[in-house]
Design a binder for this molecule. Sequence first.
Ligand SMILES: NC(=O)c1ccc[n+]([C@@H]2O[C@H](COP(=O)([O-])OP(=O)(O)OC[C@H]3O[C@@H](n4cnc5c(N)ncnc54)[C@H](OP(=O)(O)O)[C@@H]3O)[C@@H](O)[C@H]2O)c1
Length: 185
Amino acid sequence: MVRYVYCTASTLDGFLADDADGLEWLLTVPGAEGAGAFATFLDSVGTLVMGSTTFDWVYRHERLNENPERWHAAYAERPAFVFSSREVAPVAGADIRHLRGPVSSHLAEFEAAAAGRDVWIVGGGDLAGQFADIGRLDRIIVTYAPALLGSGRPLLPRRLDHTRLRVEDAAMDGPFAQVTLSVSP
Ligand SMILES: NC(=O)c1ccc[n+]([C@@H]2O[C@H](COP(=O)([O-])OP(=O)(O)OC[C@H]3O[C@@H](n4cnc5c(N)ncnc54)[C@H](OP(=O)(O)O)[C@@H]3O)[C@@H](O)[C@H]2O)c1
């Protein structure tokens, strides 16, 4: 059974990015390169799903128009899906598929692409919420950075409580704290 896993970094006050979509609060944490849980997580991933703001950030940050090999270095040959109502910039040689509309219409595509491994919901928070809304979010893995922003892009803008969420694990990962929760439908 393919699992849908929302795995992300967050500030302590539950933001994925600042109001300008910046990640300096994450990328500047000393010792971050010593954190190893993400590489282990990626081994379980068959395909990636993300919203266009997240994709655009990666595209700009990695300058994928000039350096498409950086996509391959990060995600290898995994197919990726980008949700947007607009066109999505191509990345040379990468299997990036453009989708729109309800996530429920695309589950068969995700599961075929995952090939028995997990579907990684990269973000943002509302996209993860769209999977939670239809009872197809199985797991949330949050890597908390030592940072507070006060405002920004929300981690998961839905109302979910202990009747759906259960903490399965909490661990140190370098300078971060990683919490894993299971989500019931
Ligand atoms: N901390 C981390 O590890 C982490 C992880 C992920 C993301 N981030 C950052 O957090 C921020 C997330 O931003 P966000 O939550 O605003 O956005 P997002 O989910 O990345 O993108 C939102 C956009 O996705 C498109 N979209 C979403 N659902 C759709 C659907 N069902 N059909 C068609 N299009 C759909 C829409 O794009 P259009 O306007 O193109 O139609 C929407 O405006 C970004 O800055 C990202 O870089 C951080």
